[in-house]
Design a protein around this ligand. Structure first.
Ligand SMILES: [Zn+2]
Ligand SMILES: [Zn+2]
Length: 124
């Protein structure tokens, strides 16, 4: 890996450390360009791909949305999607009693919860 790539990767990892919320590729591009002006979209996609492959990032899938990425290895958590600015936020904690939502004979083994609405910046 050459010096140029190393610098760009470092800028991308810095973005995730700084913002600590799931980011789309275009958000990563915009934020990383503040540190490395002129960084291209292809570079960001390549770096995201290799960070995913190395297990340093995880993909966050939201229905009907472009994938977001977050640091891998976080504790169980859920997400909030702002319908106005499109930003995704990490929520702490979880719900109990989900087993009671399924009919008898079903066993819940996992779940994915995405809340949506307005973030503080977009609410009036
Ligand atoms: Zn918002
Ligand atoms: Zn949960």
């Amino acid at each position: 890996m050459n010096h140029r790539n190393t610098k760009q990767r470092a800028a991308i990892r810095q973005v995730f450390a700084e913002y600590d919320r799931p980011l789309s590729a275009s958000e990563v591009l915009e934020l990383a360009q503040r540190d490395v002006p002129g960084m291209g979209a292809a570079t960001v996609y390549r770096a995201l791909g290799s960070l995913l492959e190395e297990g340093l990032l995880a993909t966050v899938i939201l229905p009907g949305q472009a994938p977001r990425y977050e640091a891998a290895g976080k504790a169980h958590h859920h997400h909030f999607h702002c319908r106005v600015c499109g930003r995704v936020f990490e929520l702490e904690g979880c719900l109990s009693g989900l087993q009671s939502l399924v009919p008898s004979g079903f066993r819940v083994e996992g779940h994915d919860i995405v809340l949506s609405g307005l973030c503080p910046g977009c609410g009036v």
